[in-house]
Design a protein around this ligand. Structure first.
Ligand code: IYR
Length: 238
């Protein structure tokens, strides 16, 4: 209390009288441990890729649940946690998703709904409208954003920074899966409205991204991409 640089500490005594607060648990690590952890996470995430060939080998449901639990620790606007995770292993439902996604992608690729510039941008990926992995991977997780909150009485309550919040949660989901030894792909067959209907989601929800989850096939290949070096992505003001 003696040498705080804060003239306006948070929470104010008035705030704490009206809303509950608790002491933050936070552990400072030694410099060595900080460096070790920083290097280990980078080394691990630098190995992450987005495979497009999945094996049908089963993955326990508990791992998917744990990845979603982890993702849902993401920060969100006004702590609204504006996301719904629909977890699909049912073969019939996966097949319906595959065929609906392939129909949208057929129009994108073969009827040029993706313009020439877009097609040129993704040419190094070599993707096409075939999405067999949606049936073969043991799980498809579809992440829906809750554009607003729908209360039981039908009243709507606003959510805030929905795309930012859901995007952060999606990133944490990807990292959680990678950390547990699973692979995923951020797949956005567009438009994705078919998922709302097919998965019976309410009007306040919109599909954000879908993730096939599983193991890559043994002979899976990915584009031989490098990542931008720090010097290209970071600007410093000291
Ligand atoms: N949604 C299509 C096309 C596609 C678009 C982008 I941007 C990619 O990075 C990859 C693919 C598809 O999934 O095939």
């Amino acid at each position: 209390m003696t040498d705080s640089p804060y003239l306006h500490p948070y929470p104010s005594p008035e705030l704490e009288r009206s809303h509950p607060f608790r002491k933050l648990r936070f552990q400072r690590l030694s410099p060595d441990e900080m460096n070790e952890r920083a290097d280990a996470l980078y080394a691990s995430l630098a190995e992450r890729r987005s495979p497009r060939m999945y094996s049908s080998d089963p993955v326990p449901r508990s791992l998917i649940e744990q990845a979603i639990r982890t993702a849902s620790t993401a920060p969100s606007g006004a702590h609204k946690q504006p996301w719904t995770w629909v977890v699909v292993s049912n073969p019939e439902t996966k097949s319906q998703i595959r065929h609906a996604a392939e129909e949208e992608e057929r129009i994108n690729y073969l009827e040029n709904r993706m313009n020439a510039e877009w097609q040129e941008a993704i040419a190094p990926l070599g993707t096409d409208h075939h999405k067999e992995f949606l049936e073969i991977a043991p799980w498809i997780v579809v992440l829906f954003e809750q554009r607003y909150e729908l209360l039981a009485d039908g009243e709507r309550k606003k959510n805030y920074y929905v795309k930012e919040s859901v995007g952060i949660a999606a990133g944490m989901f990807i990292a959680a899966l990678h950390n547990m030894g699973l692979a995923t792909l951020t797949h956005t067959p567009s438009p994705m409205a078919f998922l709302t209907k097919l998965l019976g989601r309410p009007a306040n929800e919109r599909p954000f991204v879908m993730f096939p989850v599983g193991y890559p096939t043994e002979d899976c290949k990915v584009p031989d991409f490098d990542r931008k070096p720090l010097s290209e992505i970071m600007i410093t003001f000291d």
